[in-house]
Design a binder for this molecule. Structure first.
Ligand code: NOJ
Length: 753
């Protein structure tokens, strides 16, 4: 019964349409009320009290006792929020001290990195991005909020909205991929899920759009590296997902570790004031990343801790995470006139506003009705659905789906890796609750034999090769679950080579010699280059790090009970040497094409020096990725028949309708993610070769033909130029509707002023 109630609430949340007008009025009224409370409080606060609010203290989630020092700091009003307090009795005790004993009785906010689940783990965010499904994002963050708020957490450091174009970067696992349009849709949905209908609902947690900004542009994909981002690139590519999350009322924003064009994000006045406050009208608070304030010294931007505080405060950073530049220096800086008290007042107002919206002044403690609901049946079902929707089939030479009667050789270091399957940022997930492919095979009564072959993804030994090959020989099909351990992606875990680590490729090659078909399943935090082994395997499924229910999801896909539904949210490279690679690149003056491409081994020995091929490609790997953005196969096939535009010419502020007919040419019902791309052929600054402007999930019966229509607004054609003007420009546009970014039927239209 309880499950049905939750199902009902969840479904209502996902589907109920709101009366926006009423909602606006209610928000305005409570905001007016809040501003009054904030000003009253502020008038009573000393300088020290105000600085206390800007202080986010970190603790260890493994701490067995509460430190007296921390309690005293809270008592004195020196702490505004706490990170990683994971014992509910500690949460309650600290909150009691704050609201009963601290000078102004201001409640604390308790924060935690709840990134893709709290207990029930959903696929890593890059995996969820592969679902191209806002409901998956919204449901995952709703479930995470329900589970984590029950232990007192009211603030998460998610969603991560960094556009990532380089799979070497470890944090690509947490990202929404390479496309601003898709990332914007997902960003909004994540915020809606975390924050629920109202922030002051006990199951709502404040979202944090991070890392503001450009963190994914780290040069060479090396974590924390510097970035160079022009204003058009910032506004057209990196900013849209943040804009979308803020439109959905994300309560907080976190600054990034990186510098942008020479100025660290945490001390960047243009980004924090001109863009975030003035342009995007953000009225929540901005928190630094872990010590990203004092890291401005190592960046070579600040002289010392005091200078750090001055730079960050004047740039507009409201709250400092873990380091103490504000605590130790703000008072002196204000007394010396280097930072104004008005600036500090703004910080405190922004922080108190979110505390009020969270309802913490009325209900500072965990709500007794919000009891722990870990691993509820519905949560597990939703996690499984997300894993199915995220799985991308990259190759299938007719081997999938497997027949239920097939005898399977289940091999590979990720076939039974419950911890690694959860992926990065899973501090609270429990490996004991994870269903691995091996567990799922057991439960589903599959005819299989299992040998790990390699004990973990980096295993360099070959000692189980013989046993694996012998087992494969007596089987019909090999299911090899390869990949990388969770610890090989995520923060500080960038890789220069993104091949399968250890001796996984050797084992796959040894197994291929048996002549048995191989289904390669990859569990990893990033695309893995498989150029060396693609011809040795018959099918490839990318299941990312699929979370708690990954094993069941995979078993259903392998045996055709479910269809792999994911599409790549990122271009899949042939080799790391191609990176960064992204489909929405510019053309160059010498665009690559098949006719001109000269492959390295075709160049005559002793050839005369010339700009062979004359275009922009690599001699050894060409100019295309292994699999393009948007790509993914299902268990049926589709034919795109005819594209039509409603008008040849549209005016500014008009829409155009683009139609296509699609037929399911296979024998199974199936779902297609129909994608709309546009190219602005000539612009006042050069424009990408293609940009995603829409997509739809359409289900077809076998043989069914459907007409699919997209309405494209001329507003969607706007971009920001070098003068920071955002506008659409008159001219010709190409438009494609297709199954991925490197294909589709093409038409054109003209946009007229
Ligand atoms: C550093 C990470 O960059 C950030 O994403 C995370 O939220 C904080 N640490 C807090 O753990």
């Amino acid at each position: 019964m309880k499950n049905y109630c939750i199902l009902y609430i969840l479904l209502c949340f996902l589907s109920c349409s709101k009366n926006e007008q009423i909602e606006k009025e209610v928000t305005n009224k409570s905001d007016e009320k809040y501003e009054k409370v904030i000003n009253e409080l502020l008038s009573k606060m000393t300088l020290e009290d105000k600085i206390g609010q800007t202080n986010l203290r970190g603790t260890s989630s493994r701490a067995k006792t509460l430190s007296e020092e921390l309690k005293q700091q809270v008592r004195e009003g020196k702490v505004g929020a706490l990170l990683n307090v994971m014992k509910t009795e500690f949460v309650d005790e600290l909150q009691k001290i704050a609201v009963e004993e601290s000078p102004n009785k201001i409640p604390l906010i308790f924060a935690r990195d709840v990134i893709h689940g709290f207990k029930t783990m959903f696929p890593i965010p890059l995996g969820m991005a592969a679902s191209w499904d806002e409901d998956v994002a919204r449901t995952s963050s709703r479930v995470a909020a329900i589970e984590s708020s029950s232990v007192g957490i009211r603030w998460t450091f998610a969603p991560m909205l960094d556009i990532a174009r380089d799979s070497r970067w470890g944090r690509i696992a947490e990202s929404p991929g390479e496309d601003p349009y898709l990332a914007s849709i997902l960003g909004k949905a994540y915020v809606e899920g975390f924050q629920g209908d109202s922030l002051n609902d006990p199951t709502s947690i404040a979202a944090c759009a991070k890392h503001y900004i450009g963190y994914g542009a780290a040069i060479g994909g090396r974590d924390y590296n510097t970035t160079i981002i022009s204003k058009p690139l910032l506004h057209n590519v990196y900013l849209p997902p943040f804009e979308s999350a803020l439109n959905a009322k994300a309560a907080t924003v976190m600054t990034a570790f990186n510098e942008i064009n020479g100025i660290p994000a945490t001390g960047n006045q243009y980004l924090l004031k001109d863009v975030l406050r003035d342009k995007l009208k953000f009225d929540g608070f901005v928190v630094s990343d872990w010590e990203s304030t004092i890291e401005m010294i190592a960046h070579g931007y600040a002289k010392d801790e005091k200078h750090v505080a001055e730079l960050a405060a004047n740039a507009g950073l409201d709250m400092e995470m873990t380091s103490k530049a504000y605590e130790n220096n703000l008072k002196t800086l204000i007394e010396e006139g280097k930072v104004s008290e008005d600036q500090l007042n703004e910080f405190v107002k922004n922080i108190l506003r979110i505390k009020l919206r969270l309802g913490l002044f009325e209900t500072p403690y965990r709500d007794a009705t919000n009891e722990a609901k870990f691993y509820e049946k519905l949560h597990l079902e939703k996690a499984k659905e997300a894993a199915i929707k995220s799985t991308v089939m990259l190759k299938n030479k007719g081997v999938l789906p497997l027949a239920k009667t097939s005898k399977i050789a289940l091999i590979g270091p990720m076939a039974n890796a419950p911890l690694d399957q959860m992926g990065t940022w899973t501090f609270d997930g429990e490996k004991e609750k994870t269903i691995t492919p091996l567990d799922a095979f057991k439960t589903a009564n599959i005819n299989y034999n299992y040998v790990a072959g390699l004990s973990h993804s980096r295993d360099l030994s070959k000692k189980e090769f013989k046993k694996s090959v012998a087992m494969a020989r007596t089987s019909d099909v090999i299911v090899f679950v390869a990949g990388e351990e969770a610890i090989l992606s995520g923060e500080a875990h960038s890789r220069a080579s993104i091949d399968l680590p250890g001796t996984q490729e050797n084992l796959i090659k040894a197994l291929a010699k048996t002549g048995k078909p191989i289904v390669l399943v990859i569990m990893a935090g990033r695309p893995i280059t498989i150029t060396n082994i693609i011809d040795d395997v018959d099918a490839v499924l990318m299941s990312w790090h699929p979370g708690t229910m990954g094993g069941e999801a995979l078993q259903e896909i392998l045996f055709g009970l479910s269809e792999p539904q994911g599409r790549l949210p990122i271009s899949w490279p042939k080799t790391a040497g191609q990176l960064p690679y992204f489909y929405n690149h510019k053309n160059t003056g010498r665009p690559a094409n098949r006719e001109d491409y000269v492959a390295m081994y075709d160049i005559p020995i002793g050839a005369w020096q010339s700009s062979l091929g004359n275009d922009s490609h690599y001699l050894d790997v060409g100019y295309t990725p292994h699999f393009p953005f948007g790509y993914g196969l299902g268990y049926t096939s589709f034919k795109y028949n005819k594209i039509e535009v409603s008008k040849d010419t549209i005016r500014f502020n008009e829409d155009i309708i683009i139609n296509v007919t699609i037929t399911n040419t296979g024998k199974r019902a199936g779902k297609e993610v129909v994608q709309l791309y546009v190219q602005d052929i000539v612009g006042s600054i050069t424009r990408p070769v293609r940009e995603l402007k829409g997509f739809q999930h359409i289900t077809f019966e076998p043989g069914e033909t459907k007409e699919v229509s997209f309405i494209l607004s001329s507003n969607a054609l706007k971009f920001t130029n070098h003068e920071s003007v955002k506008a659409a420009e008159e001219g010709h546009f190409n438009v494609w509707i297709g199954p991925h970014s490197a294909s589709g039927l093409k038409s054109t239209f003209y946009l007229k002023d």
